[in-house]
Design a protein around this ligand. Structure first.
Ligand code: GLC
Length: 425
C-alpha cells in the first residue's frame, strides 16, 4: 500500500478558493493587480459576512459530482486566514463571520468521506515582514513609501511555519498540503522548505505535498522529475490551467504523480463579471484526458462573499455528477493504457480492463484499437451494463473488433460513451 494509492484511486477533486477578495469580486489577485494598500483593503475584512456559508452543501455538491478529495484555501496571498490562527488577528474569527471557517469545511467534507487538503500560500501580502518594495508581486512593489523599508524575513518564516503547524495540529488528519507558490529567488530553502516539510511529515508521514515550495503552476516539468529531487520537491506536480501533452515522467522515465488544477471560468477566486464558464461536457472530457495520461483533475469553485458557490458552477457540477454516476468506474483507479489515442476519444485502463471513451461517433464500425480480437473476453456499455456484440459489416476495420451503437448516428452519451473491454489474463 503506497501513500499515493488513494490519490491515484481518487482522480478527481474540488479546489476551493474563498476569502475576503470575494467582496471586490475581481479575483484573488485583486490587491496585487490594482496595487491596493492594506489600509484600503481593510474594508473587505470589515465587511466580510458570509451569512450563507454552508460547507455541508458544498461537500454534498462535491460528493455528488464524484469528487473524492478537496483542497480549500486556508490562507491565500492576501494573508487573510480562514482558520482561527492564534498568530494573527487577520482571520475569519475576527470578521462578522466570527468563527473558524476551515474547521467547518473540514468537518463537512470529512463527514462525506472526502479527503481533506489545505491550500496555503507561502506568499503573504499582509505580513509586515514579507518583502514589499521591489518584490515581483506585492501590491506595494512600486510604492516608494516602502522603498528602503527593512523586513525581518526570518520573523515572517517563523510565523509561516507556525501557522502551517497550527494546520497540522488543529484539524485532525490532513491528506494534502497544497503550497503556492515559488518565484524568482523566493523558492526552496528561502522558505526553509526542508524544515517545513519535515515538520509536516512528522505529523502526517503519508501526507501528499505539491511541488510549489520550489515550483509554480506555470512549469510543465518540475524538480520532482529530476534524478535526485530535493526533500521539498513534493509528491506531485500540479500544472495549472494546463494538461500535459505527454505523461509526465522523471529522469528515469518513470511516470510522476500529477494533477492538473483548472478553473471553471477564468478565475480562481470569485469574479462577478467572469461568465466564461467552460461547458460541463468539456470538463468531463478533460477529466478523462487527465486520467488517460495517468493524472488527476482538481476542479475549482470560487464561492462568493456570502459563501455561495456560483449557480453556474453548481450547474456544471450537476452535469458532471450525471455522467460520473454511471461511468465513474472508468475514472477511479484508472490510468493510461499502452494504446495510442484513438480518433474517436481516449482510453483509460484499470488492470485487465480497458475503458474506451467514445466522444465522436464513427461512420461504420468503431474499432477497438490496441487489442487483438482474441484478447477480448467481453465488451459492454459501462453506463448500462448492457453487453455489446462485435459489429460485423461489409466494411470492417481489419485486425480489430469493431462495435456500433445500433442504427442511430448519435452516441448513447454525446459527451462520452464509455465501453468496457475485459481482456483475458
Ligand atoms: C496561481 C495563482 C493563485 C492560485 C493558484 C492555483 O498560483 O497565483 O492565485 O491560487 O494559481 O493553482
Amino acid at each position: 500500500m503506497l501513500k499515493t494509492d488513494w490519490f491515484e484511486q481518487a482522480r478527481f477533486g474540488m479546489f476551493i478558493h474563498w476569502g475576503i477578495y470575494a467582496i471586490p469580486a475581481r479575483g484573488e489577485w485583486v490587491r496585487s493587480q490594482e496595487r491596493i494598500s492594506v489600509e484600503d483593503y481593510q474594508a473587505h475584512f470589515d465587511n466580510f459576512d458570509p451569512v450563507d456559508y454552508d460547507p455541508k452543501a458544498w461537500a454534498k455538491a462535491a460528493k455528488d459530482a464524484g469528487m473524492k478529495y478537496a483542497v480549500m484555501t486556508a490562507k491565500h496571498h492576501d494573508g487573510f486566514c480562514l482558520f482561527d490562527s492564534k498568530l494573527t488577528d487577520y482571520k475569519a474569527t475576527n470578521t462578522k463571520a466570527g468563527r473558524d471557517l476551515i474547521k467547518e469545511y473540514v468537518d463537512a467534507f470529512r463527514a462525506e468521506g472526502i479527503k481533506i487538503g489545505f491550500y496555503y500560500s507561502v506568499i503573504d501580502w499582509h505580513h509586515p515582514d514579507y518583502p514589499h518594495y521591489g518584490d515581483a508581486f506585492h501590491p506595494m512593489r512600486e510604492n516608494e513609501t516602502y522603498k528602503g523599508k527593512t523586513h525581518d524575513f526570518a520573523n515572517y518564516l517563523k510565523y509561516m511555519h507556525a501557522q502551517v503547524e497550527e494546520l497540522c495540529t488543529n484539524y485532525g488528519k490532513i491528506d494534502i498540503f497544497w503550497f503556492d507558490f515559488s518565484y524568482d529567488d523566493m523558492k526552496g530553502e528561502k522558505w526553509e522548505a526542508t524544515k517545513l516539510v519535515r515538520m509536516i511529515r512528522r505529523y502526517f508521514p503519508d501526507v501528499l505535498i505539491d511541488n510549489r515550495l520550489e515550483g509554480s503552476g506555470s512549469e510543465q516539468g518540475s524538480h520532482l522529475s529530476e534524478e535526485n529531487p530535493s526533500e521539498y520537491a513534493g509528491d506531485f506536480i500540479c500544472p495549472e490551467h494546463a494538461i500535459p501533452l505527454e505523461i509526465p515522467r522523471n529522469a528515469k522515465g518513470k511516470p510522476v504523480l500529477w494533477e492538473s488544477c483548472v478553473t471553471m471560468n477564468n478565475n480562481w477566486g470569485y469574479h462577478a463579471e467572469d461568465k466564461n464558464y467552460k461547458p460541463a461536457d468539456m470538463l468531463i472530457k478533460k477529466l478523462v484526458e487527465c486520467v488517460s495520461k495517468g493524472g488527476n483533475l482538481l476542479l475549482n469553485v470560487g464561492p462568493d462573499a456570502k459563501g455561495c458557490i456560483p449557480a453556474e458552477s453548481l450547474k456544471i457540477l450537476n452535469i458532471i455528477a450525471a455522467w460520473m454516476k454511471p461511468n465513474g468506474e472508468s475514472i477511479y483507479g484508472c490510468t493510461y493504457a499502452e494504446i495510442p489515442k484513438p480518433d474517436y476519444g481516449r482510453v483509460t485502463r484499470k488492470g485487465n480492463i480497458l475503458y474506451y471513451h467514445i466522444m465522436e461517433n464513427q461512420i461504420g464500425g468503431i474499432p477497438l484499437i490496441g487489442v487483438k480480437p482474441e484478447q477480448i473476453k467481453r465488451i459492454w456499455h459501462v453506463a448500462t451494463g448492457a453487453e455489446i456484440k462485435p459489429f460485423e459489416s461489409w466494411f470492417h476495420h481489419p485486425d480489430y473488433v469493431n462495435i456500433r451503437f445500433g442504427e442511430s448516428p448519435l452516441l448513447p452519451d454525446p459527451t462520452d460513451t464509455v465501453v468496457g473491454v475485459e481482456l483475458y489474463g
